[in-house]
Write a protein that binds this ligand. Sequence first.
Ligand code: EPZ
Length: 429
Amino acid sequence: MSAFVINGGRRLNGNLRVQGSKNSVLPILAATLLINGKCVIHNCPALSDTECTVKILKSLGCKVQRDGTSICVDSTSATGFEIPGSLMREMRSSVVFLGAILGRMGKATISAPGGCEIGLRPIDLHLYAVKRLGVDIEESYGKLVCTVPNGLKGTKITFSFPSVGATENALLACVTAKGNTTIVNCAREPEIIDLCDFLNSCGAKITGAGESIISVEGVKELHGCEHSVICDRIAATTYLVAGAVTGGDVEIHNTVPIHLNSILPLLEESGCDVRVRCKSIRLKAPGRLKRIDKIITQPYPGFPTDAQAPFTTLTSIASGTSVIVENIFESRLKHVPELVRMGAKIRAEGRVAVVEGVERLYGAEVISPDLRGGAALVVAGLCASGTTVVKNTNFIDRGYEDFENNLCMLNADIYRKVKTDGTKEKKKL
Ligand code: EPZ
């Protein structure tokens, strides 16, 4: 088990190019299964979730090759329709293969997906969507055996909640269905737009991406294409918050600033000077951060739940009291007790956290509860006095490419402590 060791108190400054989006590359790689040919996906981040997705594609018979940040997928000889349980359990987005496998093979067998334990994370909306398209689902020995007796047929799908993953599954299952599909109350995240852009480049006929209603005209077949994944707006946010809490001056490149429209105003409310250019965002922090009145997570274009944990860290050292409401996941405040261990003054009840800002945090040994909570603890270590050890880096490696080296490039003092044979520890230079 490895850990990040952070010696806090250094101002972050400098320039950083942000990775491609984890939550965009995963559904797009799954979508390559629909194409009876070759696709090349550029700007793919090197993450454990990306590697897991590649393993699933290979288990289904796809030929996959990574060349730097580009991944080439040839699905011509793909015949598989069942994902091994061990791979399903590795991440949440394994469930998004359901729509792609059904669209390509006409049948699919999956088990419950894994992913960060930030709530129950049921898949009822995913199953509702594919059933509406004509899929029969039988449960047997913990597996969902899906068949399409009369083929996938276009229909109207109305979601009770704009679920990102369920919207992706609905899109992947209906793009080659017979007839037209309308998806109502769908997710509007930039990652949905990116997936639709990729599918349209492959010959799909999707309109309305980014709106609450998406229309799809089913096509017979999709062809290969090249596509570059959008920048990771949550990773960009995390590095900006790291600059903010250390009194730093950081510039993040290769971003899409409009994707952070609900985030940048809160950074300014905390006293940061934020300058936006077409593909970069520069943040200069004040001497002392100011409180943020309310942080309320919502579906896009509202404030993203994935940015809540880093912002909890930011408000924990701001002057004044901030209120955080987590509306998307029912247990996504597990980083709070770890921040309290570092001297934060936070009262959390259910989905609400009241943060009374303190002058400074103190280094401690803490444990990552999940991907974004772990990143928030590393950010806390950057501004704490003394040394912080953040355990369970495996969670963080799921979503942040080369996290410690990127932070070092911004002048942080952080390294990864890797236990090799259970006794020795080595500093990764
Ligand atoms: C995606 O998860 C992201 N993951 C999450 O990012 C992100 O937090 C989330 O969307 C919301 O933006 C990926 O894209 C791989 P949802 P997803 O379906 O699709 C409930 C990160 O840190 N729900 O929009 O699982 C669900 O329980 C990760 O990068 C149902 O009830 O999110 C939750 O309360 C974490 N039934 C809410 O909807 C369903 O069938 C939002 O879930 C599906 C979801």
